[in-house]
Design a binder for this molecule. Sequence first.
Ligand SMILES: NC(=O)c1ccc[n+]([C@@H]2O[C@H](COP(=O)([O-])OP(=O)(O)OC[C@H]3O[C@@H](n4cnc5c(N)ncnc54)[C@H](O)[C@@H]3O)[C@@H](O)[C@H]2O)c1
Length: 256
Amino acid sequence: MNIDFSGKKVIVTGAGGAIGRASAALFAQLNAQVIAVDINAESVQNTVDSIASSGGSAVSLVADLTDADQATAMIDYCIREYAGIDVLFNNAGGSFPTPMLDIDAEEYTRLRALNFDAVYHASKQALVHMIANGGGVILTTTSGAGSAAVPGLAVYGSAKAGVNSLMRSIAIEFGKQGIRANAIAPAAASAGMLAWLETRPGGVDAYSAAQPMGRLGQPKDIAHVAAFLASDYAGFINGVVLPVDGGVEAMLAVPA
Ligand SMILES: NC(=O)c1ccc[n+]([C@@H]2O[C@H](COP(=O)([O-])OP(=O)(O)OC[C@H]3O[C@@H](n4cnc5c(N)ncnc54)[C@H](O)[C@@H]3O)[C@@H](O)[C@H]2O)c1
């Protein structure tokens, strides 16, 4: 298999972060024109600079995707500047585990806006153009917390369960128009989650040892799956929530 995204325009959100940066780099390495989006101007520019230094093609776009207008404008920008969009990878997201009763109304709204609303608004706007264009691919980084509960992730997990459902809905509603929509579900992948794991008893090492494969995920584990799912080799994969977690979702955790 030889994946080649020549001529394809790929939006990666959260491209200044761990998984987004690895994904943007891989899409660019596979000849895509990458539009790297993040709220953090410096980190997304670092991603673009690193891609450019490897000979890839990427531009940065700074947007706060918790704002529905900015999520929509991100798509319009690509249509205007690049005459289309072939792949939308909704990857921005996250949450620091917090007891449910400690999450105030403002934080609730922010978490839901980042982890669900942004995906909805960007996907809806992308669909309009993809349908007119004869097809496209929508991917979202969800989380194992969208399928099973994790302490401290009530709002985040609910939002991720929502995007799982949204990807399935898009898959069945627009499949005949050439759209595929899928979700990628990491459990714990190092980098983005390290700050949280440091708070666990025994820290990152103990947490890693307890994983079925004895290690955490790496950003590139997710990036490889994103590239595959965006490619024609995954042309009949539609509406799945794919765990990329080394077996975490398969494991029944029992109290020691
Ligand atoms: N790392 C993990 O263990 C793990 C596990 C399960 C799911 N995920 C999911 O993977 C995705 C990527 O996570 P990561 O580990 O790379 O985290 P990360 O924190 O390294 O990256 C997230 C990126 O999103 C950006 N972002 C945050 N708020 C934004 C906003 N309002 N608008 C635009 N961009 C914004 C951040 O600036 C950051 O660059 C997230 O959706 C996360 O929920 C990660």
